[in-house]
Each structure stands twice: as C-alpha cells, then as structure tokens.
Design a protein. Structure first.
Length: 742
C-alpha cells in the first residue's frame, strides 16, 4: 500500500470522534441499521432508505439521535416505523473534512432503559461530482455512508452494468424479487476488515453474504462501502495488452474513468515497462496469468494512494499527481512482495526496494521520505509491533533504506536477487519472516549479518543474547559443513536445517556431534572399500547429505558398509575354489553391483557366494550320507508300505547330477529328501497301516449303524420298502437274507 500526501484519514477520524453517534460530542445511544441504496445509473440518480433501531446507551434519557445522510441529499424525510414524521435539523456535509450530512432527529418520545425506537430515513441523491461521489447519466462512483458501528449497507446496481465493489462488500445471498424484477442485483457491505481478511474463508464469506450480525460494521467511520457502476460504454475506460514474463504472455488490464485518459495512458505504459524489470529484480516468475489494475477514488478516502491484493493479482491506484508512476510501480512490486511476507517492514520495504532499484531506468524520481529527520530510532520489527510511532514517512523510508543496506552487506544487486529468488522455493513457509531473510542472506554471502539486523530490525536488548545463541549454533554447523565439504558434500542435513530455519538452537550441538560420527562412519566405509580393492563410490551420501536426516544418511552409509563386508567375507569363503566355480560368478556380480551403487544387490550376491560354498560342502556330505543309508537299507513289509509314492534312489541320482552342475542348493535338497525316504520308510509304513486300520474300523461301525437303522424290528426302525421287501419271521425278530426270505 502507498500512503497519500494528504491525510484525509486523520481528518475523517477526528470528525468521527467528535460527531459519530455514541461519541463524547453527541447524545449517547446505540443503533443497529440497514441502509439501502438503489442506483439508477442510466438516469444518474440514487434513492435511499435507511431503517434503524435506536436506544439509550446509558441510564440517561434519550431524546434525540444523530443520523447520517449522503452529501447533497434531497427530499429528506425521517419517520417512525409507523409512518409518523419526526423533526430534524440538518448539518450540511463537510466534504473537505470527509463528513457527510448529519441529521439531529428529535424522537417521538424519550427512550430510557430497554426502550427502543424504530426509525426510517429516506432521501434522494442527485447528480454531483465531489470527493465522495461522482454521479452522472450512465456512471455512478462513490463511497456510501452507513450509520457507523452496527450497520449494514446494501447497494442495488444494474445486473448488466460494468460494476466494481471494493473488499468489504459481497453479492448478497438473498436477492429480493423486486430487485430482480428491476434487473438489479443486491450487494451487502459490512465489516470491511473482517471480510477482507477472510477472503479465503468460504464459511465466513457465506455468513456475511447472508447478513449475519457478526458481520456488521465495527469501524468508527461514516463511509463503509465503495461501488462503481457504469452503463454507458462511452464512459468505461479500458486498456489491455500482454506483457512477456517468465511464464509467457500475461494479460495486463487497466480500468479507469474516461475523463482520466491521459493519467491512465501514463500508468499503463509504466506498468508494461516495469513488470519485466520487477520480475528480474525479485528473481522468480509472476504467479498468475493476468494482472488487473483499477483506478479507485475509494482508497483516497482512507488515506491511501495505492493498494495491492497480491494473492489475486490486483492493484488499485488513486489519481494523485506527481507521485502516480511511483505509486503504480510500488503497487506492482507488491505482486512479488505482498502476502508472501509476514509483516509491514518486509512487504512495504521490499516493494520500496523493487521500485527504487528500477526507478532510474523507468525515468521515475521517487519522493524523499525524509525519515531520518523525525528523530525516531524505533527498530523495524516494532512497526505495528510495539512502537508508538505512527508517522508513515518514517516507516516507509526506513524500511526501504534497510534493504539497500542489506544488499550492500551481502555483496550487491546480484546477491540480493539470489536471495529474493529463493522466496518462490519456500512457498510452504509463506509468509516468510525476517529470520528467513537473515538466514538466506548469510548463506548467499557467507557474511555475518548480526550487526546489521541489530542496528535496523530487532530490539537489541531482547535480541542480542538470542542472536549470540544463533551465532554459536551456526558456527558449529559451519564447522561440520566445512568438514563435509572435504568429502565433496554440500549443504546441511535435513534435520539440522529444520532447527536452524525454526531458530530452535538447543539441539544443534548434539546434532553436530552426531553429524561428525556420520562422517567418521563414511570415512571408515571408504577406507574399507579401498582396502577391499573396490572402485571409488560415495555411496549416494553426497546426494543424501542435504536432503535426508542424519539417521537417513547413516542408513545410506551402513548399506555401503554392509556391501563391502559381504564382498570381503564372500571372497574369503570361496578362496581356493576353481576360477570357473559358480561362487566366483556371484562375487563378480556383487562387485559389479557395488560399482553402480546397488549396495543391497551387491550384499545379496556376495552373501550368495558364501552360501554357495556352504551348500556345496553340505550337499557333498549329504549325498555321501544318503548313499550310506541306501547301502544299509533292508526292505520289509512295513518299509514297502512306507516307500509307496517315494523314489529315494531317483532323488539321489538327481542330487548327484545337480551337484555336478554347480547347483549345490538343489543337490542338498534332493539328497536330504533321498536320505529321509530310506530313513523314515518303516515309520511311514506303520503310520499308513494304522491309518488304514482306523478307516476300516470306521467303515465297519458305519455299516453296522446303517443296517441297524434299516432293521424294521428296531424301535426306531423303518418299515419302508427299500429294494427287496423285508418281512418279519415268525420265529425271530432279526432280519433275514433279502433274497431268501420268501
């Protein structure tokens, strides 16, 4: 934001203190109000209706209230809710002081305690052109008055008009039929600060659009809403064109009033020239594919010459005179120096830096803030953070100057751009704070910035000891970084970096000790590799050093160490074996994998060589044992039963073949199977016969049970005919042979 030379805001605040309802200069009362403005743009006039509920704000009896009307109001009428006319005395607007028309209204009857009165104010606003309103046929622009805290302002504008509402106003959730029938739409304006600060909170915006009481105006000001609406195309000022930036062509649009064509041409021209220069200064690409610039009279009313919404790619400028180009470039600089930063001295100071670094090339001579003439010494960090200094010239001047001192301290414009260019790399940390710039400045330059920040930014009494702790931590890390550099590693491990960035220095000493142990382990691993005759390989530690935690880096080093150990042990295990032996092939494979950095693969292959030798010896012994068992095997009834479905002789033959084919693992498996085939034959035979006997017993019992169920003499027996008919004998109740019964 850029402040104005004339401080209308101060005058407006003074007027508010003296004259607003509830202040010391007027009767003390509470008011909740809704003001409805209907804009007949084509005809160039406005009709107004205000509805309010008033009551005494203290124990005193309330006989009159002060209501607010727009400048130039005509046909003013104040009535009760029932329509009874009330007497009032009007004080004309004081536009130079930013004060609207004031109406001292005598109530129908005095109010005391909980008594309330409902009032209705109506009036018309004709064509006019002043600091508050511009009304002509086809165009209306202005700031609209409320009744102060507790108010809502509603503005009905033609749907098809070219319209603009400044932040603080939302399209109303409820659109009355009469408004829609008149081809208008209704906007609601409440607490501008609440709505503006919650532009990304859909829930808050939804409630405010519905007229939630929490969204009513809170600020002690008369003018709470700004609207611009144009139906006459000849009055719409529009300049558009593309600007080539890093992302490609970006659409630049300027909306203005036609009567200010010359002003608009100058601002558009300087914007097109400045944008690529600003992008180069900050070192990272503009985020959006469009930039909208708007001429605004509303921001003048709050003492601003320019205003930027950098998270939306929009800037607003007021026509001021000799500072207009300066304001335009400053506001455009906020597209890189705005919501990305934490506080005023950062975003305003860096926007001022962007302007002044390019001002000479743009043909702009920025104003002299004369900030040193005020005699203030307040550090930049206290701007809106404890300082009682409210002089904007001091803060803007000091903040802008600081960044040139910072540039000088870190080595000049190129180094400055190198720092600013990193802002885009840290989006997850937006908004960035002063600590971030101190850290990045020291990283880029290698310089100690303690003295600079103590002189300009931080409160010395508070920051000095803490900066000492920070310096000790950074010195410890610098020593570790210097040692790591001797191994070819750049940067700082991830967990150390996290603590440095967060300015939590308590754990740094322990982390540095751990980091040195990690480097010791790396050195030992490299020495072991040389001793083993393995090719040079950093094991991926150079890539892991700035991207992983110390624990992660240790894991990378341990993988390399285990691979080296496995290769060395594998070589020892197969020493003396023939060169054509399969184990040497596995060692060669392990060495090849090690050379490519595949340490897990190398370890697996080297372990396979050792396992190959072990299996080879075990397989030879197992084949011999199996042969001995074969020779001593004595067939019997039980072994023959146990040998069914087994072929130990065949398994032994296959084992010998696998052994000769350098497949000791298969040979060991088959030889063991052959040995078990002979060794356990008798036990298997007995077990199988036992199972068979059990099955026979079960079959016998089952048959007996079935026959008993079929015997008709049984108590529960069936007499049904099944196959041949079974008859009872005269001499026995037992069943007879089915074929010979009769």
């Amino acid at each position: 934001m850029r402040i104005r030379v004339r401080h209308l805001l101060l005058l407006a605040v003074l007027a508010t203190v003296l004259l607003l309802p509830g202040s010391a200069g007027a009767a003390s009362f509470n008011i909740a109000s809704e003001t409805y403005y209907t804009l007949d743009v084509a005809a160039g006039r406005i009709t107004t209706r205000m509805e309010a509920e008033v009551g005494s704000a203290n124990a005193a009896e309330l006989k009159s209230v002060v209501l607010v009307a727009m400048p130039g109001a005509t046909n003013i009428a104040v009535t009760t809710e029932g329509g009874a006319a009330l007497q009032f005395k009007a004080t004309p607007a004081n536009l130079a002081g930013g004060v609207p028309t004031l109406l001292n209204v005598t109530l129908e009857k005095p109010l005391k305690g909980a008594l309330r009165a409902n009032l209705v104010l109506t009036y018309d606003i004709p064509a006019q052109d002043n600091e508050v309103l511009h009304i002509e046929k086809g165009a209306i622009e202005g700031r609209f008055a409320s009744q102060g805290p507790g108010s809502f302002v509603y503005v009905d504008v033609p749907i098809t008009s070219d319209k603009y509402f400044e932040p603080g106003c939302l399209l109303a959730a409820s659109q009355p039929g009469a408004v829609k029938d008149a081809a208008r739409e209704r906007w609601i304006c409440g607490d501008a600060a609440l709505i503006t600060l919650n532009t990304n909170d859909k829930e808050v915006l939804s409630k405010c659009a519905q007229g939630d009481d929490r969204c009513r105006q809170q600020a002690e000001t008369y003018f709470n809403a700004y609207a611009q609406t144009i139906t006459d195309a000849s009055l719409i000022g529009l300049l558009e064109g593309t600007v080539d930036l890093q992302r490609g062509p970006v659409m630049l649009t300027l909306k203005y009033f036609r009567r200010d064509q010359a002003w608009a041409d100058k601002q558009f021209a300087v914007a097109k020239k400045a944008l690529p220069m600003l992008e180069a200064t900050y070192g990272w690409g503009y985020q959006f594919d469009r930039i909208l610039m708007r001429q605004s009279h509303a921001i003048e009313q709050v003492g601003a010459a320019g205003l930027a919404f950098s998270d939306e790619g929009q800037v607003f400028m007021a026509k001021q005179g000799d500072i207009d180009e300066e304001v335009t470039v400053h506001e455009l600089a906020h597209l890189w120096s705005g919501y990305q930063l934490e506080t005023s001295w950062l975003w305003e100071g860096l926007a001022e830096y962007g302007l002044r670094r390019n001002a000479g090339t743009l043909g702009i001579k920025p104003r002299d803030w004369r900030w040193t003439t005020f005699g203030f010494k307040d550090p930049l960090a206290t701007w809106w953070g404890g300082s009682k200094v409210t002089e904007p010239y001091y803060w803007y001047g000091k903040a802008g100057t600081f960044w040139f001192e910072y540039e000088k301290a870190i080595g000049g414009p190129a180094a400055m751009t190198a720092v600013l260019a990193q802002m885009d790399d840290y989006q997850q940390r937006w908004p960035l704070d002063g600590r971030w710039f101190m850290d990045r400045g020291e990283e880029v330059s290698g310089k100690n910035l303690d003295a600079l920040f103590l002189e300009w930014v931080w409160v010395p009494d508070v920051a000095k000891s803490f900066l000492g702790e920070r310096r000790a931590a950074h010195d410890q890390v610098a020593a570790l970084t210097a040692r790591a550099a001797t191994y070819g590693f750049a940067g700082v491990p991830k967990d150390i970096r996290a603590n440095l960035d967060a300015w939590t220095f308590g754990a740094i000493a322990g982390q540095v000790t751990q980091g040195n142990r990690v480097l010791d382990a790396y050195s030992a691993a490299q020495a072991a590799a040389v001793e083993a005759g393995l090719p040079p390989n950093d094991g991926g530690v150079a890539a892991a050093w700035p991207t992983q935690t110390l624990a992660g880096i240790s894991g990378v080093i341990d993988n390399q160490r285990q691979a080296i150990k496995s290769i060395v042990e594998g070589r020892k295990a197969i020493a003396g074996r023939p060169a054509e032996d399969g184990s040497w092939k596995k060692i060669a494979d392990a060495e090849a994998k090690y050379a490519t950095g595949d340490f897990e693969g190398a370890q697996h292959a080297a372990t396979g060589a050792s396992t190959f030798v072990q299996n080879y010896a075990a397989a030879g012994k197992m084949i011999q044992v199996a042969k001995e068992k074969q020779a001593s095997f004595k067939p019997s009834f039980f072994t023959r039963i146990g040998m069914y479905w087994a072929d130990p002789s065949g398994d032994l033959a296959k084992a010998e073949a696998a052994y000769l084919a350098d497949d000791p693992a298969t040979a060991l498996k088959l030889a063991s199977k052959a040995y078990d085939g002979w060794k356990d034959a008798q036990q298997r035979g007995i077990a199988r016969l036992a199972i068979l006997m059990g099955l026979m017993c079960a079959l016998t019992v089952g048959t007996w049970w079935l026959m008993k169920k079929l015997d008709p003499s049984g108590k529960g027996g069936s007499t049904a005919r099944m196959g041949h008919y079974i008859e009872k004998s005269e001499t026995t109740s037992r069943w007879k042979d089915w074929e010979n019964t009769r």
